[in-house]
Structures are given as C-alpha cells and as structure tokens.
Design a protein around this ligand. Structure first.
Ligand SMILES: Cc1cc2nc3c(=O)[nH]c(=O)nc-3n(C[C@H](O)[C@H](O)[C@H](O)COP(=O)(O)OP(=O)(O)OC[C@H]3O[C@@H](n4cnc5c(N)ncnc54)[C@H](O)[C@@H]3O)c2cc1C
Length: 477
C-alpha cells in the first residue's frame, strides 16, 4: 500500500496551482500547502502500522474505498472513517475519505452509468478499482460558480462539454471550489444541483488528474502561512486549502467519463446508488470527531481559569458537549438502523444521516459561539508569537500576566492559541463557513432531511388522534 512519501512524491507532477499571484512549483514543499500534505502523508503511513484499522486485513486496501455488503464490512468501513477523522480531529473535510465513498456507491450500481451511444464511458467499476488499488485521494468540485443569471455581460461559465471524439470529451468552463484540490491526486467533477432542460452540456460526471493540461486551480488565501505551528496549530496542520477550478479545453479520456449529457443520471448517481450516503456518513463522523475536540477545548479552558466548578461555566461546557453527543448519537443511529439497498449495499440510515447534515449548519456555529463566550479575552491576552516566549525580559513580564508553576506560561499560551485557532482566526472562520455550506446551502441540505424523514408515520399518529373525536363528541359533552 501507498506510503506517505509515495503520496508526497506523486504531488510533484506539474499541476497548475496558483496562489498569491504565483504558480506553485511543488505543492508538497510549498509553505502554503506543505502542512496538509505532511498531515496526509502521515495518515498514509499510519495505515501501515499494525494497530491501524484503516486497511482491510484481507485485501490490504484502504477501507474508505470498500463497498460494504455485510454489517461486518460496514462496521469495518466505519472504523476506518473514524480513525481517519480522529487523526485530523475532523478539521480536514475533503480528505481521501469522502469521494472514495461516492465512487464505492457508483461502482455498486454500474448499470446506471451505461450509455448505449457511448459504450466507452461509464466505467465506474474499473475506475473504482483503479483508485482503490492506488489509495488515491480524489476530491470534488460539484457546484458551479456563483453568478448573477440576469447579468447579460457575465462571462461566468460553469464547466460544460464542448467536444467529444474517439479519445474522450473536451470540457471548458469553471467550478466554484475544490477543497483539498491543491494536494489531492485527482478531481471528481459533476453538478450536484438539478439541471434544467437545455443544460445537457453541463450534465457531466468525470474524474480528472490534477496535472491535466488546461486544468488550473486558483487558491484562496492560505492560512497555513499565517504564522508558526505553535501560534496557529490547527491551520498549520489542517488547512486543507480551497481553490477555484478552471478548465481550458481539458481532454477527459473515456475511461474517466462516467456520464455525459444525462441530466437525470447526474441526480441518480448520487441518490439512486449508495453514493451520497457512503460519502456523507464520512461527513458526520468527521463532524463528531471535531465536536469532541471542541468540547475538550472548552473543558480544558474552563479548568485553566479554575472555573470548572462554577455552575454557569459547567452549563456552557455541557451545552457544547450536548451538541457533540447529538451528532455522535446520529452516527450511532445511522449505523444501528443501516439498511441493505436493492443491490445489496449496506447503507447508513438516511433519516439520521440527513438530520445530522441538516443540523450541522446550526450546531457547529453555535458550539464555536459558546466556546468563544467561555474563553472571553483569554484568547486575546496572548503574545503575538512564539518569539515573545523566547525573549527572557518579555517572559518575566508575561509571568505576571499568565504564569503559574514551572511551565504554566507556555502551557497556557499553547492552549489558548489553540482555542483561538478554533474560534477566532481566519482558519476558524473558514470552518464555520465550511460547516454551513460544504454540502449545499442550508435550504438544500434540510431538503435532504425532509426527503428522508418518515412523515407517513408521523402524519398517521396525528390522523389517528384526530379520528378519536369529532363535533358530535363535542355536542355530547
Ligand atoms: C469552505 C467551503 C468549502 C467548500 N468546498 C467545496 C468543495 O470541495 N467542492 C464543492 O463542490 N463545493 C465546495 N464548496 C461550495 C459549496 O458546495 C457551496 O457553497 C454550496 O453548495 C452553496 O452554494 P453557494 O455557495 O453558491 O451558495 P448559495 O446557493 O448562493 O447560497 C447562499 C445563500 O443564498 C441563499 N439563496 C440561494 N439562492 C437564492 C435565491 N435564488 N434567492 C434568495 N436566496 C438564495 C441560500 O439560501 C443561502 O443562504 C465549499 C464551500 C465552502 C464555504
């Protein structure tokens, strides 16, 4: 199986990544991206250790790619997702563990991708095998750029097919964002939003290597370069990067084209296969790990100020822990009520999965707000950087502000800088925005929850109740 070094070496492939007005020479060593690349490399290495649950002991492959057909296989895949999320405390949203689930879902139902006019496309089983056997990190760009549809001068062009021939298709245009795009191996591109008649050219589903000629990623401001890993401990390790994606006449060979021109197929790939559920169970397992970490921060910050016994502080910590417990309970329930679908795949239950997805948009910002309220000015009462801690004169002054015992000053600065990176830095702000939007706008995500709630049972409870009395009963009283 792939080592961390092999992953890092593969990143040096000539990909066109732009940041701060320059082209990145090698993302693996560039200060903007090396933190997340090193974190990912460590995860590939972790998989090779005997105690890890990331690999299937029989096949030696990463379980994140597994198609679970028994409850044991589903549990093993869950354990791998949990280990992956715990290693990053849920701060990497689109690591290799997300699209691997989508591909597993696609490969479970290859007939859905069959196109009589294009027999060379739709090779989802072959591509799943290709990616799983190489432990590839594939991320996604599945939403068009924001634009004003009423603006006649707009140049905005969501990615579309402009040509097709014996080699494959040619695509041109742009997609809004790809988290992890700078440091992944390949990019899955489609449109998750329903398309209208006439938009068939945008009805695409394909995977493209990140070094494909004509593919360019324009990164948002990196947070890993804000300061030292001591000052920005989360950003330095887990800033997965987000980048806008442009396609300039990019050739996609048929073996990487899943669907073309098929509007209904685009929706079916997600919702008539296990893909959306196998992909998004990762999202809530990850969120659960992240909320546990936020709870730990709250508890330790309360103790640092000796306030852990105060009722109001305990209540605030409890409020955060209850949010963490709610999401954890959704994960448990989604697995406890898992169902086997029409092609024999064990799918985490939709009602619980999508309720968690619908709630994350409210509960993560609330947990961060509560943590911010708990720590007050403690996250601002901090030296500018680690350099201040190294200066003996400043150290002596700072002891008066926050020193205690042997290492009290360093330990306090360390903890509160970590809290600040979760609640107040640009990295922290991006995470609140991420949890609000990564799986669609809140209205879209809550619609998934609506689709998956068993309203028939709820309505029947009310109908039965209503049937128990009428106007004549009223008259008799
Ligand atoms: C940190 C981050 C990382 C991301 N990573 C990825 C990624 O890896 N891959 C990917 O494909 N995408 C990614 N995205 C994009 C994400 O999928 C989109 O943000 C999401 O689908 C919502 O689309 P939007 O941003 O265009 O918001 P919009 O759909 O424009 O929604 C913004 C707000 O406008 C409201 N709104 C929408 N339409 C209307 C209307 N017609 N009238 C009035 N109000 C309206 C919505 O309810 C919402 O409150 C990421 C986003 C973020 C923030």
């Amino acid at each position: 199986m792939r080592t961390g070094q092999e992953y890092l070496d593969a990143l040096s492939d000539g990909r066109d990544i732009r940041v701060d007005g320059r082209r990145v020479e090698n993302v693996a060593v560039d200060p903007a991206f090396t933190g997340v690349a090193q974190t990912t490399a460590a995860l590939y290495d972790q998989a090779l250790r005997s105690e890890s649950r990331l690999l299937d002991p029989e096949t030696g492959r990463h379980l994140i790619y597994a198609i679970p057909r028994t409850s044991e296989a589903s549990d093993a895949r869950r354990a791998a997702l949990e280990e992956w999320s715990e290693a990053t405390h849920g701060f990497i949203g689109r690591g290799a563990d997300h699209v691997s689930g989508l591909l597993a879902g696609f490969a479970s139902k290859p007939e859905l991708f069959h196109d009589t006019e294009r027999p060379h496309s739709g090779k989802v089983v072959e591509f799943h095998e290709y990616a799983a056997s190489r432990s590839l990190w594939i991320t996604n760009a599945i939403v068009p750029p924001q634009a004003n549809p009423a603006d006649p001068t707009s140049h905005v062009r969501p990615v579309e097919v402009v040509d097709e021939g014996p080699e494959g298709i040619v695509v041109d245009g742009a997609q809004m964002l790809a988290s992890g795009g700078a440091v992944a191996d390949e990019l899955f591109v489609t449109c998750v939003r329903p398309l209208a008649p006439g938009e068939e050219r945008r009805a695409l589903s394909f995977v493209v290597p990140l070094n494909a000629p004509g593919l360019r990623l324009i990164s948002r401001r990196p947070y890993a370069t804000l300061g030292s890993p001591f000052d920005y401990p989360l950003a330095a390790r887990f800033d997965e990067s987000d980048a806008m994606v442009t396609f300039d006449q990019v050739v996609i060979p048929w073996e990487r084209v899943f669907l073309v021109g098929d509007r209904a197929g685009l929706q079916a790939q997600f919702f008539d296969t296990a893909a959306h559920q196998l992909g998004n169970i990762q999202a809530i397992i990850r969120l659960s790990a992240k909320l546990r970490f936020i709870t730990g921060l709250a508890s330790l910050a309360a103790k640092a100020n000796g306030r852990e016994k105060s009722e109001s502080v305990r209540n605030a910590v409890a409020d955060i822990s209850m949010i963490a417990t709610t999401i954890e309970a959704f994960v448990e329930s989604a697995y406890a009520r898992a169902k086997v679908d029409d092609v024999g795949v064990v799918r985490p239950d939709g009602q619980f999965l999508y309720a968690a997805l619908g709630m994350q948009t409210d509960v993560y910002p609330r947990a961060i707000k509560l943590l911010g309220e708990l720590v007050g000015g403690g996250v601002i009462q901090l030296p500018a950087s680690v350099a201040d801690l190294r200066d003996p004169t400043e150290r002596a002054s700072m002891q008066r502000l926050m020193g205690s015992g042997e290492n009290g000053l360093d330990e306090r600065v360390k903890l509160f800088k970590l809290v600040w990176d979760a609640v107040g830095t640009e990295f922290a702000g991006r995470h609140v925005q991420y949890e609000r939007f990564y799986s669609g706008s809140p209205a879209v995500v809550k619609n998934y929850a609506h689709r998956n709630y068993p309203f028939a049972r709820a309505e029947s409870d009310v109908r039965d109740f209503l049937a128990g009395y009428d106007l004549e009963d009223e008259a008799r009283d």
